[in-house]
Design a protein around this ligand. Structure first.
Ligand code: ATP
Ligand code: MG
Ligand code: FE
Length: 349
């Protein structure tokens, strides 16, 4: 079984070809970093236009690198949401056109399911597993019970952790995208110099909050006055990273209690999404997993951030179960993985 996967929900245009045994035949990712960098964040209209300009070429490149033609495909998958609607439409419409001309099934993939199932492609792990999904738009703890079967244990009540990394980088003038820039600066900094809050730590439940931490970084920066040295920036980046990771760990410990009671056979703890590329987070989670008797599974960094291979793989998982879509499938800006979960509660401060 061979599937082409397209991704265009945010600021990466991506196309990849993957087989049912998890072999990635091609995986082409074009980042729009340069287009958005002057604005310090993703501009939806610029993103949509860049996806339109690049998608055909990327599909062509992915097919050539995989050395196949459309007639070799068993299906074509595209992110159908959630994300910036203009971008999602580009990938989905391209996939519909390919499905029509090649007469193959269309599979509309939830972008978050793409992140969530990547470890099954890279490590072949079985359901269920506990997932910490941390990306630019989401911070959630989910039990992954099967394809399309998710139980959300916790979510952010305000910002996503990736967003906090991006905003911190912007405040410190470290550039865009923020996550890798903060990580690099943090490696040269003293994580104990600034005392920053660990939002939600010690509270019941598994929900997150990151906006207070972001504000605390801004205040710490203001307190430094007019002359902020490179070392100050590195120390603040390191202090922020430690606080953010501490707070993720605290919430995950809570979730592990529930998970252990309800799924005593589960042995895997998985991190996915762009922030999972962070080495400090990986190290800390590895320690926690060992201590609690779980195995930590993390995709390679290149497959943590947005890519087409994760969409192609989710397409394969769905195609195998006969979960294909009609050509009138709509693109969705919002699309929760666990539709039964309550909306994020606001805990108050
Ligand atoms: P979503 O998946 O929620 O729709 P997205 O697709 O924009 O959002 P991803 O591409 O999965 O998000 O991840 C991008 C996010 O990951 C950004 O916020 C970025 O700063 C963060 N990120 C990437 N690398 C690192 C890193 N090394 N350390 C911390 N954060 C990182
Ligand atoms: Mg991105
Ligand atoms: Fe993503």
């Amino acid at each position: 079984m061979i599937v082409l996967g397209l991704e265009s929900s945010c600021d990466e245009t991506a196309a990849a070809v993957v087989t049912a045994d998890g072999t990635i035949l091609s995986n082409v990712v074009l980042s729009q970093v340069e287009e958005h960098a002057p604005f310090g964040g993703v501009v939806p209209e610029i993103a949509a236009r860049a996806h339109i300009t690049q998608m055909d070429r990327l599909v062509d490149q992915a097919m050539r690198e995989a050395n196949i033609t459309f007639s070799d495909l068993d299906g074509v998958a595209a992110t159908a949401g959630p994300g910036l609607i203009g971008g999602v439409l580009v990938g989905l419409m391209t996939a519909k056109a390919i499905a029509t001309v090649a007469d193959i099934p269309l599979i509309g993939v939830n972008h978050l399911e793409g992140h969530a199932l990547t470890v099954r492609m890279t490590d072949g792990i079985t359901f269920p597993y506990l997932l910490l999904l941390v990306s630019g738009g989401h911070s959630q703890i989910l039990v992954v019970e099967g394809v399309g079967k998710f139980r959300r244990l916790g979510t952010t009540i305000d910002d996503a952790v990736g967003e906090a990394f991006d905003k911190t980088a912007k405040m410190l003038g470290l550039g865009f995208p923020g996550g890798p820039a903060v990580e690099k600066a943090a490696a040269k900094g003293d994580a104990d110099r600034f005392s920053l809050p660990r939002p939600m730590s010690g509270r019941p439940g598994c929900d997150f909050s990151f906006s207070g931490l972001k504000t605390a970084v801004r205040q710490a920066l203001e307190n430094l006055g007019d002359t902020v040295t490179e070392q100050d920036k590195c120390d603040l980046a390191a202090s922020f990273q430690k606080a953010a990771v501490d707070s993720l760990l605290n919430r995950l410990k809570q979730a592990l209690k529930t998970y252990r009671d309800e799924y005593p056979d589960g042995t895997s703890l998985v991190i996915a999404g762009g922030v999972a590329a962070n080495r400090y987070l990986r190290e800390k989670l590895d320690e926690l997993s060992h201590k609690k008797g779980y195995t930590l599974v993390v995709p390679p960094p290149k497959l943590c951030t947005d890519n087409g291979a994760m969409i192609a793989w989710a397409g394969i998982e769905r195609l195998r179960l006969g979960l294909t879509d009609e050509l009138d499938l709509a693109a969705k800006a919002r699309w929760p993985l666990d539709p039964d979960a309550e909306p994020a509660p606001f805990a108050g401060y």
